[in-house]
Design a protein. Structure first.
Length: 188
């Protein structure tokens, strides 16, 4: 199955997905997240808490945001974050699939690693639903909802970290193979 997908992925499609994905990411990073940080008096928002958060931390954040900040969270941050997870999954799945194709990396491990962004995507979407539910039900938020949201944040963070470690390793392998082939061509 991955070979069929891999044959349809081109460098141009990877670049287009990379630009789209990172345009949305930079919009969040430089627009919506700093805006929410101002509303929250510097408290990190849920998405920027990779090791999760406690019930008390979630309540402190939602209280500090106030009505206006919570509305901004729903109307701007969660809207942008409704596009980002799928773009992230498509972009980084395609990137590693393309890299394994051009780098002739044949181990099934790379197919597994290239699918990890799908886990991050699913976790991010369910996390966003939990955040929306926490904001909508504030101040009557259940501890179970916060725990679920926090767990999903950690799953998203861990899966993203594992993926990027794999991507770096694959990139190093491809570069090493390319350099070796260039060196052996000159020696031969």
């Amino acid at each position: 199955m991955f070979q069929k997908i891999q044959s349809r992925i081109s460098g141009k499609s990877v670049i287009a997905l990379f630009v789209a994905t990172n345009t949305v990411y930079l919009s969040m990073l430089f627009y919506s997240i700093p805006m929410l940080t101002l509303y929250s008096d510097g408290l990190p928002i849920f998405d920027m808490s990779p090791v999760g958060y406690s019930y008390q931390e979630a309540m402190s954040l939602l209280t500090a945001l106030g009505d206006e900040g919570r509305n901004v969270y729903i109307s701007i941050q969660l809207v942008l974050d409704s596009f980002y997870p799928i773009l992230f999954a498509l972009c980084y799945f395609a990137l590693l699939q393309w890299l394994t194709k051009v780098g002739h990396l044949t181990s099934r491990l790379w197919s597994f690693i290239s699918a990890i962004p799908i886990i991050a995507c699913a976790s991010d979407y369910v996390e966003n639903i939990c955040i929306w539910l926490m904001i909508r039900s504030y101040p009557a938020i259940s501890e179970e909802l916060v725990l679920t949201s926090s767990t999903l944040t950690m799953i998203k963070s861990i899966s993203t970290m594992i993926y990027f470690c794999g991507l770096i390793l694959a990139t190093l392998l491809v570069i090493t193979r390319w350099l070796r082939s260039r060196y052996w061509e000159k020696v031969s």
